[in-house]
Design a protein around this ligand. Structure first.
Ligand code: SF4
Ligand code: SF4
Length: 285
């Protein structure tokens, strides 16, 4: 089926006022631990990645999607962005995409991953009609990555420090290349962490652009309680804007990210995840 791939509010700012997205929270586990991430919260009043009102099984996500589309027909994108990582939960992720492809083939499909576990599934992703994938890359130097990731799990083996960061980076760069070879639009999310990678994040954009990535989304760290980075201050516009300008010389920059929840739904400027949390919870039972 032909899809208008311009109708993605995150990849195309011009459409952000007309079309919306749903994040389907079917992926609770993660295969790495970022030092800024805390997924313990399950709170309808908090808005940041990792937060969701509930977890859905794939068939529940498909039913929830039916209900959301009935209430908000402006939705053009169905995505999976956690609350863990889609490819730490590959069976759930692919089954959800398969069901959506059956029931709502007109939607754009979108996945957001740390890249660690995605490589075996690149052909499946392409075959299921996923048009947009985000890989979060916040360092392209394992010495810096080692400060960002507490651990990285590959199968049953857990790696720490530079070794873990090096394995993760290798997977991420291979994923970008493999996704582009399959004609998929790729966004790079890069978390700006003052004192850790702010001096390095333009280099992240340069390296990813060299592999064909389409756009970079520099996201200021949102310090979160009970994480190693909870005391690092959130970088302001004076930090973020020059970095975007510098990296914008070689890769397009996203400037309207809302740092959405793992169950976000609606237009970016008219999020209805709190309004629809009852619907999500009813579907999760
Ligand atoms: Fe949290 Fe995402 Fe990092 Fe996993 S990859 S630890 S879910 S921020
Ligand atoms: Fe779009 Fe940013 Fe929200 Fe992801 S977190 S859906 S990129 S606005």
């Amino acid at each position: 089926m032909h899809k208008d791939t311009t109708k993605h509010p995150c990849f195309n700012k011009a459409e952000a006022g007309n079309c919306g997205r749903v994040h389907l929270p079917v992926a609770p586990k993660c295969n790495i631990q970022c030092n800024y991430c805390n997924r313990k919260y399950d709170c309808v009043n908090e808005s940041r990645p990792g937060v969701t009102s509930g977890i859905l099984k794939p068939f529940q996500a498909a039913e929830y999607m039916d209900k959301v589309l009935a209430k908000e027909p402006r939705i053009t994108v169905a995505g999976i962005a956690g609350p863990g990582d889609p490819f730490a939960n590959p069976a759930e992720t692919l089954e959800t995409m398969r069901l959506l492809n059956e029931r709502h083939p007109h939607l754009l499909f979108c996945l957001s991953s740390n890249g660690m576990g995605i490589l075996p599934y690149l052909d499946d992703i392409a075959a299921l009609g996923v048009s947009h994938v985000t890989i979060t890359v916040s360092a392209v130097d394992p010495a810096i990555g080692a400060k960002i990731y507490a651990w990285v799990r590959d199968g049953n083996v857990v790696y720490h420090g530079e070794k873990g960061a090096e394995i993760l980076l290798g997977r991420q760069l291979a994923a970008i290349k493999g996704l582009k070879e399959r004609g998929i639009t790729v966004k790079i999310n890069s978390i700006i962490i003052p004192g850790v990678n702010d001096h390095h994040i333009v280099e992240v954009g340069r390296v990813c652009a060299g592999l064909g990535a389409d756009i970079q989304n520099m996201i200021p760290l949102k310090p979160t309680e009970d994480t190693p980075f909870s005391e690092i201050p959130e970088p302001g516009r004076e930090t973020v804007l020059p970095l975007r300008k510098e990296a914008g010389e070689f890769i397009d920059q996203m400037t309207h990210c809302k740092r959405c929840r793992a169950d976000a739904v609606g237009l970016l400027n008219d999020d209805q995840s709190v309004a629809l949390c009852g619907t999500l919870r009813a579907c999760s039972k």
